[in-house]
Design a protein around this ligand. Structure first.
Ligand SMILES: [Zn+2]
Ligand SMILES: [Zn+2]
Length: 253
């Protein structure tokens, strides 16, 4: 009993020690997340001046609910279908080098990118002045997470949690993977999501404000479904992602 309880602690210490050495040699919070050049203030701008000029920031006129670029204050999608969440925060549009970097974060195991992405998400939230009490994230199925080794939305949530100094909870469970989600339009996707996620038995308080984190927000179908699962139990729900897809009825993903 003793042996098996000591070993993980030693492993943990070794891992921490190793992480410290790696960090001293290659600190990831002084470098531009896009090109790797040193940046003067990572926790304000985790990108360099040259990259800043070409980045697809989500800074234009946009829907005040789903944060999608839109000429009107509330986009047609949000007018047609009210959302369970009050507001979305996405610092980038999902295109160009942001798309490449998010894909590298997920598929090439570049976990260190979570910190830079989280800085930008947290900045938007802090600037808005909304109050967040607890943070959660969109889960993966156990099978998929085992295969990838991590859940990118959880990594982001953990980093956002550190910056905002709020607890991160695992509220949702993904029961099954959807088939070829990217080929579905919003209506099909919404129907396919029913029963895909469930909510765990975690006690939430009626006065609490919850932030749900995902990597990218495409149609909002997934994040809105999860928001709906906890909607009656909390005060306000906010959602966020690194980037927002400019979605139209014709968008196939
Ligand atoms: Zn750069
Ligand atoms: Zn909208």
């Amino acid at each position: 009993m003793k042996k098996s309880s000591v070993l993980p602690i030693v492993e943990h210490k070794l891992k921490n020690f190793w992480n410290k050495i790696v960090y001293m040699m290659f600190p990831d919070d002084i470098k531009c997340i896009f090109c790797g050049r040193d940046v003067p203030n990572f926790y304000d701008k985790p990108y360099c001046e040259d990259c800043e000029k070409t980045l697809p920031f989500n800074n234009g006129h946009r829907c005040k609910i789903c944060d999608m670029p839109s000429e009107s204050d509330v986009c047609d999608f949000c007018k047609k279908e009210p959302k369970y969440f009050k507001r979305a925060f996405c610092p980038f549009i999902y295109e160009k080098q942001v798309k490449n970097l998010v894909l590298a974060f997920k598929e090439s195991n570049k976990r260190y990118l979570a910190k830079g992405f989280a800085v930008l998400i947290a900045k938007r939230i802090l600037e808005s002045g909304v109050k967040i009490d607890k943070i959660t994230y969109i889960p993966m199925t156990e099978k998929k997470q085992k295969k990838r080794g991590f859940n990118q939305a959880k990594l982001l949530a953990d980093e956002v949690g550190k910056i905002l100094n709020k607890p991160v909870l695992c509220l949702f469970k993904k029961e099954k993977d959807m088939t070829e989600q990217k080929f579905l339009n919003y209506k099909d996707r919404k129907a396919a999501i029913v029963g895909t996620y469930s909510v765990k038995e975690v006690r939430l308080k009626k006065e609490e404000n919850i932030l749900i984190v995902d990597d990218i927000i495409t149609t909002t179908a997934t994040i809105n479904y999860c928001a709906g699962l906890i909607y009656p139990q909390v005060s306000n729900i906010y959602v966020c992602g690194v980037a927002r897809t400019q979605y139209t009825e014709k968008t196939s993903h």
